[in-house]
Design a protein around this ligand. Structure first.
Ligand code: J2J
Length: 533
C-alpha cells in the first residue's frame, strides 16, 4: 500500500532540557489547540485569536502554494510590525519556505545585496510606512533581480501587477513538515561594516531560543508584550519577543516605533506587561516621563539590550518606571545572555547577564587568541546548540568570523565576573588606531561626558592621511558654544594622555540610527569625513 502518511518526519530533539517535537509552523497549531479563544495579536483596532491565527496562516500558506512557492524557496519579508508580518512569517515556515527577515528601514543598497546572494522568489512589504512607498523599492528590486517573481504588498491601493496580502487566501494542501534540523529562517547580521550577512537558523535552534528566552523573561499566559522595535530583529522576534510570548499563550501588541506620546498611552490602554528597548530609546523614554503621565503601572518587565548601556541609565530606568529591569546581550548569530529576574541589584545594573543555556560554550581571548585571565577583558568567542557556525553563502566572511573550532567571533570586548556575568566593554573595532596608538572609544567618551556642558559623547575613528586614523568626538549638550580648545584643556587637566585627546569635534542634535534604532557609528564616520573636506 502506498504510504501517504504525512506525519512529521521529525524526530523529537532535546536541547538543554527543552524537548522540541514540531517545527515552528506546527508549533502554532499546538498553541491554537491550547489557547484557541485567547487573543494572540493586537494591532491598532484589529486583533486575532490563536485559533484565527492558525487558520489564517493555513489559508495564507495555501495561497502561497497556489502562487507556485514551494519548500526550499526563499522569500524576502520587509514588513512593519503588523498582523501581516506575523502571519506571513508563520505561513512561510509552515510551507517550508525560508523567510529572509529584513527591517522596514532598510533600503535598496542592503536589500539588493541580500537578494543577489539568496535569490528569493518573492518580496513582501507594506504599501507604505512613515511616508515611504515600498512599491518604488519593489520595482527597483524586481528590475535588478528577475528572481523576484512575486511582489505582495500589505495595504490598500496595491497596483494591479502586484498581489495584495489580505486577498491571498486558499485551502492549504499539507506538505511534509520540515525536519527540526532544517533551515527555518535567515536573519540579518547587525554587523557594523559592509552590507548585512545572512544568518541561517534552524527550526530547532530558533525554537529553543524563544522557548528558553520566554522562561528567562517570566512569560506566561497573562503576559502582554509590546513590540515597537522591528519584529524582524532577533531581539523582538525571539528574546523572547513575538514568538516567545506566543509560545506561552501570551498576547503580542504590535506597533511601529513612534513617539512616546503615542506609545505610552498604548501601554496603558493594552495593559502591557513586557517591553524591550534599545538604550537610545530608553533615554528618550526617561526624558519623556517628565511630561508624559500615562498610567504605566501594568509594566512588569523592561528589557534593555542591543547596545552598551550605562549603569546610571539602568538605575534611572528602575526609578522612573518602577519595574523589574532585565539586561539582554544577544546577537542574531545565536548566543543570548540575560540578567535573571531575581539577580542582585549590582548584577542588574552593571552586567549584561549570563548565557541562557549551560551548553553555551564561551571563551574570552586576547589579540593572539589565548584565553585571558579571569576578570580580564578580551574578545568573546562563542559556540553552542543555538549559535551558527557559518553564515549563509559567505565563504570569505566565514573564514574571518569563525575559528577553526567553530566558535563565532563576536567582535565584542567583554569581561566576566566570578559568577559568570558578562559585561560588554566595547567592540574590537570601537578602537581608534591613531598612528599606531590604540585608543578605546569608550574611555574617551566617558572622560568627555564628565564636562558639565557635554551630555553625551560618541567617539569614532575617521581615516586620516597623516595619522592613519584620527579621533573624532561627536557631542551633544545644551550649549553648543564650547570651543574645541576648552574641551582639550578640560581633558588634559583631567589627566588624559595627549594622544587620546580627540583631533576633531562636532556638535550634533540627533544621533543617526540603524534600522533597529541603535547608534549608527558608520554614519558618524561619514559625517566626520565630510566635515573635514
Ligand atoms: C552591549 N552590546 C550589545 C548589550 C547586543 C537580544 C538582544 C540584542 C540583540 C542584538 C539580539 C548588547 N550591550 N546588551 O539579537 O536577540 C551588540 C553586540 C552584539 C551585537 C549583536 C537579541 N546587546 N549588543 O543586538 O545581531 O556588539 O543582536 O554582538 O543586532 O550587538 O547585534 P544584533
Amino acid at each position: 500500500m502506498l504510504d501517504l502518511d504525512l506525519a512529521p518526519s521529525t524526530k523529537p530533539l532535546t536541547i538543554d532540557g527543552i524537548t522540541l517535537t514540531a517545527p515552528i509552523g506546527g508549533m502554532l497549531s499546538e498553541w491554537a489547540r491550547k489557547w484557541g479563544s485567547r487573543i494572540a495579536l493586537v494591532h491598532g483596532d484589529d486583533s486575532m485569536t490563536f485559533a484565527a491565527l492558525d487558520r489564517r496562516v493555513d489559508r495564507l500558506a495555501g495561497a502561497l502554494q497556489n502562487s507556485g512557492l514551494k519548500e526550499g524557496d526563499r522569500i524576502l519579508i520587509q514588513m512593519p510590525n503588523s498582523i501581516g508580518l506575523v502571519t506571513t512569517l508563520l505561513a512561510a515556515l509552515r510551507l517550508g519556505v525560508t523567510p529572509i527577515m529584513a527591517m522596514p528601514a532598510q533600503r535598496l543598497h542592503d536589500l539588493s545585496a541580500l537578494v543577489a546572494n539568496a535569490q528569493p522568489v518573492a518580496y513582501f512589504a507594506a504599501r507604505e510606512l512613515h511616508g515611504f512607498q515600498y512599491e518604488v523599492l519593489a520595482r527597483s528590486l524586481q528590475q535588478a533581480h528577475p528572481c523576484l517573481r512575486l511582489i505582495v504588498l500589505d495595504g490598500t491601493d496595491v497596483p494591479e501587477d502586484y498581489l495584495q496580502l489580505s486577498a491571498l487566501d486558499a485551502p492549504f494542501h499539507p506538505v511534509q513538515p520540515p525536519a527540526l534540523t532544517d533551515l527555518a529562517l535567515l536573519l540579518l547580521s547587525g554587523g557594523t561594516t559592509g552590507t548585512p550577512k545572512l544568518i541561517p537558523r534552524t527550526h530547532a535552534d530558533y525554537a529553543f531560543t524563544f522557548l528558553r528566552s520566554a522562561e528567562m523573561a517570566g512569560v506566561d499566559e497573562i503576559t502582554i508584550y509590546l513590540a515597537i522595535l522591528p519584529g524582524a530583529h532577533n531581539f523582538i522576534l525571539s528574546s523572547p519577543g513575538i514568538l516567545g510570548v506566543l509560545s506561552h499563550g501570551g498576547r503580542v501588541v504590535l506597533a511601529n516605533a513612534a513617539s512616546c506620546d503615542e506609545i505610552m498611552p498604548l501601554i496603558a490602554r493594552e495593559s502591557v506587561t513586557h517591553i524591550a528597548l534599545v538604550p537610545p530609546l530608553l533615554r528618550l523614554w526617561i526624558e519623556a516621563r517628565t511630561w508624559e503621565s500615562s498610567d504605566l503601572s501594568s509594566l512588569r518587565l523592561l528589557q534593555i539590550g542591543g547596545a552598551r548601556v550605562d549603569a546610571a541609565l539602568v538605575k534611572q530606568a528602575q526609578e522612573v518606571f518602577g519595574t523589574t529591569i532585565q539586561q539582554v546581550y544577544g546577537m542574531a548569530e545565536g548566543l543570548i545572555c540575560y540578567t535573571r529576574l531575581n539577580d542582585a541589584q549590582h548584577v542588574i545594573l552593571n552586567t549584561q547577564g549570563r548565557p541562557m543555556s549551560q551548553e553555551d560554550d564561551i571563551m574570552i581571548v586576547d589579540m593572539d587568541g589565548h584565553e585571558v585571565a579571569p576578570g580580564e577583558t578580551g574578545e568573546l568567542l562563542t559556540r553552542g546548540p543555538y549559535t551558527i557556525s557559518n553564515y549563509y553563502k559567505a565563504a570569505a566572511q566565514n573564514a574571518a568570523s569563525f575559528t577553526a573550532e567553530g566558535y563565532y567571533r563576536t567582535g565584542d570586548l567583554v569581561c566576566q565576573d566570578a559568577d559568570g556575568n558578562i559585561t560588554v566593554m566595547g567592540r574590537i573595532k570601537e578602537q581608534i588606531n591613531r598612528a599606531g596608538e590604540k585608543i578605546a572609544a569608550a574611555e574617551v567618551e566617558a572622560a568627555l561626558t564628565r564636562h558639565p556642558d557635554i551630555e553625551e559623547a560618541v567617539v569614532v575613528a575617521a581615516p586620516d592621511p597623516h595619522l592613519g586614523e584620527r579621533t573624532c568626538a561627536f557631542l551633544k549638550g545644551p550649549s553648543r558654544t564650547l570651543p574645541d580648545l576648552a574641551i582639550r584643556e578640560f581633558l588634559r587637566k583631567n589627566g588624559m594622555e595627549a594622544y587620546k585627546i580627540p583631533d576633531q569635534y562636532a556638535w550634533i542634535t540627533h544621533w543617526p540610527q540603524t534600522a533597529v534604532g541603535k547608534l549608527d557609528r558608520k554614519k558618524l564616520v561619514a559625517l566626520a569625513q565630510k566635515r573635514d573636506g
